[in-house]
Design a binder for this molecule. Structure first.
Ligand code: NAP
Length: 248
């Protein structure tokens, strides 16, 4: 059994935190990264630490996932403290809503940088170590917006669709080295990001967009991740965790 050493970008809140907790429960050492919210990072530390197995460790590192040099510095620190990374979840993301004509070039660049370039920077860092181990799992957290466009804006849809291209290309190149790359495309996850704390009315409106009659929970995303973690013969796919909303 391979000992897991995992990085979860944006692992201090929402979906990322639940994935980090899952990894801790499965015996991994875990590094979570975040951009600026030290309070959320402290809460994450309190939530994850009791779930770590004996001898396993947690790091919470502040820095911008969309900055290649910050990512390289974080990776160096993680390697030194925890050893080579064999699980990477590219989860950090932003979703500032803006329609075409309201979207500035700056917000376009910023969203692509944080949501998409960050995934490339992190992959580039961890792939050599995964190749040396002959094992790696990379999971990119995309969105329903990657498939159907979504409602946030062109910048968000393009950044998440870009992740799917990155996933498929990476699966092809890295499969021979025991490394799988897959994506999860969630929708309407109630405890996370823009959907945390929504009104009952909004919840019902969103639930009506699914065929299962409810919105998603972080546990739905965790279940999809665990399947990908355990599946050496599944690579280059995107699991749509959206209650069937994609079909409507
Ligand atoms: N919630 C949903 O229903 C939903 C649906 C589809 C897709 N997604 C995707 O799922 C992922 C997680 O979403 P969420 O709703 O769980 O988000 P969230 O609750 O808003 O948490 C976002 C996390 O990403 C971190 N982050 C943001 N910008 C960063 C940066 N530049 N560098 C490093 N870390 C950064 C945040 O750190 P700070 O707290 O320090 O800012 C935080 O830890 C995102 O990629 C999102 O697009 C979510």
């Amino acid at each position: 059994m391979i000992e897991l050493t995992a990085v979860v970008t944006g692992g201090t809140r929402g979906i990322g935190l639940s994935l980090a907790e899952c990894l801790a429960r499965r015996g991994a050492s875990v590094a979570v990264t975040y951009r600026s919210d030290d309070c959320a990072a402290e809460n994450a530390r309190r939530a994850i630490t009791p779930q770590l197995a004996a001898g396993r460790r947690l790091l919470a590192l502040r820095g911008d996932a969309g900055d290649a040099s910050a990512v390289a510095a974080q990776h160096r620190e993680i390697r030194q403290a925890l050893g080579p990374v064999n699980v990477l979840i590219n989860n950090a993301g932003v979703m500032p809503p803006a329609a075409f004509e309201a979207l500035s070039a700056r917000d376009w660049d910023e969203t692509l940088r944080i949501n998409l370039s960050s995934a490339f920077y992190w992959c580039r860092e961890v792939i050599p170590g995964m190749k040396a181990l002959g094992f790696g799992r990379i999971v990119n957290i995309a969105s329903i917006a990657a498939r159907g466009g979504g409602v946030i804006g062109p910048h968000y849809a393009a950044s998440k669709a870009g992740m799917l291209g990155l996933t498929r290309y990476g699966a092809r190149e890295l499969g021979p080295f025991g490394i799988t790359l897959n994506a999860i495309a969630p929708a309407f996850i109630e405890e996370a990001g823009v959907f945390a704390g929504i009104s009952e009315e909004r919840r019902e409106a969103l639930a009506s967009k699914t065929v299962v009659g409810r919105i998603g929970r972080v546990g739905d995303v965790v279940r999809a991740f665990e399947y990908l973690l355990e599946s050496p013969f599944v690579t280059g796919v995107c699991l749509d965790v959206n209650g069937g909303a994609f079909m409507i």
